[in-house]
Write a protein that binds this ligand. Structure first.
Ligand SMILES: Cc1cc2nc3c(=O)[nH]c(=O)nc-3n(C[C@H](O)[C@H](O)[C@H](O)COP(=O)(O)O)c2cc1C
Length: 212
């Protein structure tokens, strides 16, 4: 792709992404987060760049309307054949938060933790690839929507894979057909929260792209 075409294409994707974020924000109200720069004024790429994994959370509760917007973003995510195998546990009671901090050292005492599962029976299986399940992919797109909607609402998140799925299923009585793919910690970043050094270790585009 030549440079002009690339920038036109990038602008086009950016416009689509901006329209999507604008539509979400319009239906979900104005963000009221701790960010000094309103995410409303950010382009999609600026929002993506501003996001980082938050591992220190303020005690401030997350407003239910913001949780609702995050779940709306989960609903809007594409899934294979639109089978929507996702199932999400929203942990916010003191009891559930204490429990999740027992089963994972990466819940970081966030005020809200989403456990994003997929239904193994519902997820699409690719017959051209040994019936490989799309569950992880579907759940990950759902989680990415949630993570970026949270960012647009001025909230911090951390994607968490560091847990034993069997222990999590047992702790929260998750039925066998649901696989807890990952957790998403969520809340307002604590004062002094900052990105880990790993956040800045981005490869160059040329290191992971091959044009053919
Ligand atoms: C699949 C996946 C699993 C992750 N698991 C954890 C985890 O268990 N604990 C944690 O603190 N961060 C976890 N992270 C966060 C990554 O470490 C983080 O996204 C990465 O280092 C880049 O940093 P940034 O999110 O601040 O840009 C995970 C991220 C992904 C995508």
């Amino acid at each position: 792709m030549n440079a002009n075409l690339k920038s036109i294409y990038c602008m086009k994707s950016l416009n689509i992404a901006l329209a999507a974020v604008a539509a979400l924000l319009a239906s979900c109200g104005t963000p009221k987060g701790n960010n000094t720069q309103s995410p409303m004024n950010m382009s999609f790429l600026e929002l993506a760049e501003a996001r980082y994994s938050v591992r220190q959370y303020a005690k401030t509760p997350v407003e239910q309307e913001k949780i609702d917007c995050i779940l709306e973003a989960a609903k809007l995510a594409p899934t294979a054949k639109n089978l929507q195998p996702q199932f999400i546990y929203v942990l916010k009671s003191a009891e559930a938060i204490a429990k999740v901090n027992e089963v994972s050292s990466c819940a970081y005492n966030a005020p809200v933790v989403f456990i994003v599962c997929y239904d193994k029976d519902t997820a699409w299986k690719n017959p051209l690839n040994g019936d490989r399940s799309s569950g992880e992919m579907d759940a990950s797109i759902v989680g990415t929507h949630m993570m970026l909607e949270a960012a647009s609402q001025g909230l911090g998140t951390c994607w968490v894979g560091w847990f034993d799925p069997a222990a999590v299923s047992k702790a929260f009585d998750i039925p066998d057909n649901l696989y807890p793919a990952f957790m998403l910690d969520c809340g307002y970043p604590a004062d002094g929260s900052k990105p880990s050094p790993r956040h800045y270790a981005s490869k160059e585009i040329g290191d992971f792209v091959k044009e053919l």
